[in-house]
Design a protein around this ligand. Structure first.
Ligand code: FCB
Length: 450
């Protein structure tokens, strides 16, 4: 059975009361000797099925991007959950693989379902809340072959899957994420041509975004029909976008446009129940008022990794000389506070709490991760002081895994793929135990350049 939710509801009411009654001022950065987090804060780690489980056949493997045995988590999950128990984290975000569970349209694989049920039970028995994503970038091949998210009539396939999966697993799962990073998926797969089905068609990417918004709304309602008291949301990637040259009006205009589309449009569509996005040269996204869409989010969840600077031509660049990780992503902890303030604007409209559903970096020798972790947590602490209702922080990732088109080279784990703890993993364990960390650690762990 799932872990009692009262403690979290209490935490949320406290956080929300703080944020909604006081008109949260933007405070000057405070200093503390010890960065305390609120009681009941949801510490955790995050993974996704295809990246960790191993042996999955889906549209990625069919396209030649085969994760193979990945991190062998399907075989080693008990051992991995022992690790979570040692880490002391009250939450764990994972995804269930649609391709495994519904290998043919409408035909479900009971054995795969029972295996997931066992996993989820095992987490609950350990007092760890599973947070389950229903679509994390990968699809059954039959769904991809019929056009995937490019065709509005395909949305019903996903909704059917969500109805079935949430109905079957509702006793074990209280937290559902319908979709992971819809805009990243749409642009990588349909505009950049980097992920299956490798298309380069911007209008198609915009159509896919529209269908993902509608799919989310229907999936949200479907899960709630199975379990009215479930918490249902989705994970939005928020990359901080800022003008490359601060005073340049063209850079500013392009930043405003990109920032709205990438970061805010999906949230706006949910809080208003409609979306009218149009710019010259591309197909508009028009969603007339839809009551299923309106308010379809019980929490605001976002994944924060980095910042890009935007030029007038629309290019997303990393400024030379800034600290970066091994994938050349800028390490910009202050950006997390800026993004929290943005998320708060949307969370306030719906009176819901905020979860940081992913944050981490590629750092094979673990030379940067401790500083990264501490500096990002310091920004979250600052957000909490401003009254932003942050209910949890999930680090990406528990162990090294298959990093999409970057393969196994990018190492995001608190543990490596052999399950050896990195020093940052031990530090995270200590932070969770103390529900915070001493300020002195920030000085003891400066960020080295790479
Ligand atoms: C996010 C994805 C996640 C992982 C991290 C590094 O965009 O949601 O699966 O690949 O990046």
């Amino acid at each position: 059975m799932k872990v009692a939710v009262n403690v979290f509801q209490t935490l949320f009411s406290t956080l929300l009361a703080g944020s909604l009654c006081v008109s949260a001022p933007v405070l000057a950065a405070k200093k503390a000797d010890f960065y305390h987090f609120p009681p009941g804060f949801l510490w955790g780690t995050a993974t996704a099925a295809y990246q960790v489980e191993g042996g999955i056949q889906n549209d990625w493997s069919a396209a030649g991007l085969d994760a193979g045995q990945a991190a062998d988590h399907a075989k080693r999950y008990e051992e991995d959950f022992d690790t979570l128990e040692k880490m002391g984290t009250p939450a764990y975000r994972l995804s269930i693989e649609w391709a495994k569970l519904e290998p043919e349209p409408g035909k479900y694989n009971r054995q795969a379902l029972e295996e997931y049920r066992k996993m989820l039970k095992s987490l609950n028995q350990r007092g760890i809340q599973p947070m389950v994503t229903l679509f994390h970038f990968t699809l059954p091949t039959w769904f991809a072959q019929k056009g995937g998210w490019t065709r509005p009539e395909n949305i019903q396939d996903f909704v059917r899957f969500c109805t079935w999966a949430s109905g079957e697993l509702k006793d074990e799962v209280h937290w559902w994420f319908t979709i992971n990073e819809p805009l990243v998926y749409a642009f990588k797969s349909y505009d950049a041509g980097a992920w299956p089905p490798f298309q380069k068609d911007r209008n198609m990417a915009l159509r896919v975004i529209k269908h993902l918004i509608l799919a989310h709304a229907e999936a949200y309602r479907a899960v709630h029909a199975q379990d009215p008291i479930a918490w249902v949301g989705f994970a939005k990637n928020i990359t901080l976008l800022e003008p490359n040259v601060a005073g340049n009006p063209l850079d500013q205009a392009m930043t405003g446009f990109q920032s709205y589309l990438f970061n805010e449009a999906f949230w706006d569509a949910i809080s208003q129940g409609e979306l009218n996005f149009s710019v010259p040269g591309v197909e508009p996204i028009q969603i007339p008022y839809n009551k299923n869409l309106h308010g379809s989010m019980d929490f605001v969840a976002f994944n924060y990794y980095t910042r890009y600077m935007i030029t007038a031509s629309g290019a997303q660049v990393t400024r030379p000389g800034v600290p970066v990780n091994e994938l050349n992503w800028e390490i910009y902890p202050e950006g997390l506070l800026k993004v929290l303030r943005l998320a708060h604007k949307h969370a306030k409209r719906l009176h819901v709490p905020i979860i940081i559903s992913e944050n981490g970096l590629a750092d094979a020798d673990d030379s940067q991760r401790r500083a990264f972790l501490l500096q990002h947590l310091q920004q979250i602490w600052q957000g909490l002081q401003e009254g932003i209702p942050v209910a949890g922080y999930l680090h990406w990732s528990l162990m090294d895994n298959y990093e999409w088109a970057d393969g196994f080279a990018a190492k995001f784990g608190l543990l490596d793929i052999q399950r050896k703890w990195r020093p940052s993993g031990l530090m995270f364990q200590e932070i969770v135990k103390q529900n915070g960390f001493p300020a002195a650690w920030l000085e003891q762990h400066p960020l080295p350049a790479k």
